[in-house]
Ligand binder design. Structure first.
Ligand code: NAD
Length: 454
């Protein structure tokens, strides 16, 4: 499998795809290893994860360069991601022992009742490329601490990073027969669906997620899906500072080139501040430095996958055909690399693809609204349900809008944010199940209930 640098289109590595035979050997090996691993205490398992975190932070500069070279993520954002993902490890350190301890519910008289949390066994983690540290850690670290062994398939666009996870987990003391990385694209992923594993934990697109859920349904094993979004932001006229609101909205939409599952994908703005907000947003977007992602100054690098350019072009063309105004950007940059200009479209409506389909790139559609009711209806008009945000100085008014929405996460005066303290979950086409928080670790165990009569 050839790995290309999206900024230069040069081949930077040639990796061997995992064959069907190798996959079976790895799975047998993981099955064996899981038995011993599950007998270790949570603290012993946790100490390997803590050491893994130390090694990653010690090698952060090298790892950030690898991530940037294969995904085109601007170097500063690669550094931010790797340093930021450490919060999952700190959170596990503080809480995992408590969350995985047996729970004694009745311990008096002649009835004793307790719950013991047992690992699932060998789990498969099929992952995405856009934030491989964040979305990888959300799954495989929690699974390992809970006593599972892990078959990890990084995205074909983040395979070099996936191999680094394997290297440093082994170096940190995780046995080789407890974590194994497989290399390949959809075909290799498909083979994992046919294999004997005890749970599927997927991060990626709705299309692939749905295919996975259908394909493995007959096995009756846990399936967890972290999928895409079309996340709305509503800017009310009472924001304290319109310019700052526009800067924050732009960052929510364009950080990581818009390739975040919880990126702001559509903006509704009160008619009372619409012109001021749009002017400030366009000014901010035009100030972004586009170019070589290996430079620490760059904010917008190339897209990771060349296929996305056609999707973005089609969304822009469709919007323009239906009466949108193009205020900046709108096309691929000439020359080498998968660069697409940061693009702002106004005068958008829900007949346009840009307000309904996931863009997953540096483009944003903006629509004017005249009331909270109109904004609420438009925000709810989607098949997705990942996050929604409101910027306002009035908490009660913001919550009135946010409380009604069928999404896993709501943001008041912030957006595009994930924290290990609270569950990360999507509804409808955005997914099934939750990672992070106590619920995130419970996803990797099964409860066994004990009824005893001493
Ligand atoms: P994708 O669905 O194309 O690929 C995801 C993974 O599935 C890859 O490892 C791929 O090789 C594998 N795969 C492809 N076909 C398969 C098959 N038939 N069987 C098994 N595995 C298969 O998604 P992507 O492009 O890597 O990621 C982008 C998407 O992920 C976006 O929609 C984004 O919103 C979403 N995402 C969601 C979250 C979240 O937490 N909700 C986080 C990150 C990304």
């Amino acid at each position: 499998m050839q790995i290309k640098n999206p900024a230069t289109e040069e081949i930077i590595a040639d990796l061997e795809e995992t064959s069907a035979t190798e996959l079976n050997v790895k799975l047998e090996y993981l099955r064996e290893g899981q038995i011993e691993w599950s007998k270790k205490s949570v603290d012993e398992r946790l100490s390997c994860i803590i050491q893994f975190g130390v090694l990653i932070q010690e090698n952060v500069d090298k790892l950030a360069k690898i991530l940037t070279s294969e995904t085109g993520k601007p170097l500063q954002q690669s550094l931010n991601e790797i340093k930021g993902a450490q919060n999952r490890i700190d959170h596990l350190k503080q809480n995992a022992t408590k969350w995985l301890a047996p729970e004694i519910l009745v311990n008096s008289g002649n009835t004793h009742e307790k719950i013991v949390y047992e690992p699932l066994g060998v789990i498969a983690n099929i992952s995405a490329w856009n934030f491989p540290y964040n979305v990888g850690y959300n799954v495989f670290l929690y699974a390992l601490v809970a006593g599972n062994s892990v078959l990890y398939k990084p995205s074909e666009y983040a395979s070099l990073t996936g191999k680094q996870f394997e290297k440093y987990l082994w170096q940190a003391g995780i046995p080789k027969n407890v974590f194994q990385c497989v290399i390949g694209g959809g075909e290799v992923g498909q083979r994992i669906l046919e294999a004997d594993v005890d749970g599927y934990f997927f991060t990626g697109s709705h299309t692939t997620g749905l295919h996975i859920a259908k394909s493995v349904a007959h096995k009756l094993v846990p399936v967890q899906l972290e999928l895409g979004g079309k996340d709305p932001l509503y800017v009310m006229e009472d924001v304290k500072d319109v310019k700052q609101a526009a800067i924050n909205a732009a960052e929510g939409a364009f950080y990581n080139n818009g390739q975040s599952c919880c990126a702001v994908e559509r903006i509704y703005v009160s008619e009372k501040i619409y012109d001021e907000f749009v002017d400030a947003l366009v000014q901010e977007v035009n100030s972004y430095k586009i170019g070589n992602p290996a430079s620490l100054e760059t904010f917008i690098g190339p897209l990771t996958r060349p296929q996305q350019i056609e999707i973005l072009k089609a969304q822009v063309d469709d919007a323009l055909k239906q009466g949108a105004n193009l205020l900046t950007g709108g096309k691929k940059l000439e020359g080498k690399g998968y660069y697409f200009e940061p693009t702002v479209l106004t005068h958008c409506n829900h007949e346009m693809k840009i307000m309904k389909d996931e863009s997953f790139g540096p483009i944003i559609g903006i629509q004017k609204v005249s009331s909270d009711e109109e904004a609420s209806e438009l925000m709810a008009d989607t098949e997705y349900g990942l996050t929604a945000a409101v910027f306002s100085s009035n908490e009660e008014r913001a919550m009135e809008v946010l409380n009604k929405l069928n999404v896993g996460t709501v943001y008041w005066n912030c957006c595009d944010r994930v924290s290990p303290n609270v569950p990360w979950s999507g509804r409808n086409n955005s997914g099934l199940g939750a990672t992070l928080s106590a619920q995130g670790i419970r996803a990797f165990v099964q409860p066994k209930s004990y009824h005893s009569r001493p």
